[in-house]
Design a binder for this molecule. Structure first.
Ligand code: ADP
Length: 208
């Protein structure tokens, strides 16, 4: 949504001086109150400004312009995650690649026998090794994976928004969703990827 210049100036004035009457806003812009009416009505309608009788206009935009922020804060990783696809450290790179295709995922999580996180391997990690001279039937995934503690993880009760921000910051496509065990180890319980975030984004639009 694009505001025109006058609407932007009105918002600036109300932000700085609100609550402020329509007359006072008009005065600052050297316009009549009547000529401002459509703009004030528009800004109120879209939720950027609100008005109280005898008090005037005040800025409301940052709180909640379209109810979107509330919905976004409600979107947790737990409600939007997928099932994890895991292999163990001694799985061959060849079998790991097959697992990626069979399970239609781009990232595999490497776990121990208790489903605790040990590493992660992306499709490009596999490509890199597959185009080299290594015998991928013999080479275990443990040799090429990104290893703990250098793994960026997500927790079920976190907001999807925070996770999306972390994905961008670390330039990764997905993360394991984990629960911290008493031992301090991280048990893998899910997978959250850019696809989950794209789906949630579409669902958010449909709610509006
Ligand atoms: P790709 O390399 O296939 O495009 P990513 O962008 O997700 O996939 O991965 C980039 C690199 O970061 C890879 O080397 C991968 O092992 C590593 N990586 C992927 N996900 C994570 C994560 N959650 N935490 C730490 N490293 C990761």
């Amino acid at each position: 949504m694009q505001l025109n210049d006058r609407q932007e100036r009105i918002v600036e004035i109300v932000k700085a001086h609100g609550p402020i009457t329509g007359e006072k806003v008009a005065e600052q812009l050297n316009l009549t109150r009547a000529s401002l009416r459509p703009d004030l009505a528009f800004l109120t309608q879209i939720g950027l400004l609100d008005a109280r009788p005898r008090v005037g206009y005040y800025y409301k935009g940052e709180q909640n312009p379209f109810g979107l922020m509330e919905h976004m804060a409600d979107m947790t990783v737990g409600a939007h995650q997928s099932a994890p696809v895991t292999v163990t450290e001694n799985t061959s790179v060849y079998d790991a690649i097959v697992s990626m295709f069979v399970n239609d995922v781009g990232t595999l999580f490497v776990v121990n026998d208790n489903q605790e996180l040990e590493g992660i391997s992306s499709r490009k990690d596999m490509l890199k090794i597959a185009i080299g001279k290594a015998d991928i039937n013999q080479l275990p995934i443990g040799v090429i994976m990104t290893r703990m503690p250098n793994i960026v993880v997500a927790y079920e009760d976190e907001s999807l928004w925070d996770v999306a921000e972390r994905m961008i910051a670390h330039q990764i496509d997905g993360m394991p969703v984990v629960r911290r065990m008493e031992s301090g180890k991280l048990k893998v319980v899910g997978r959250v990827t850019k696809t989950n975030i794209a789906k949630a984004f579409v669902a958010l639009g449909k709610q509006q």
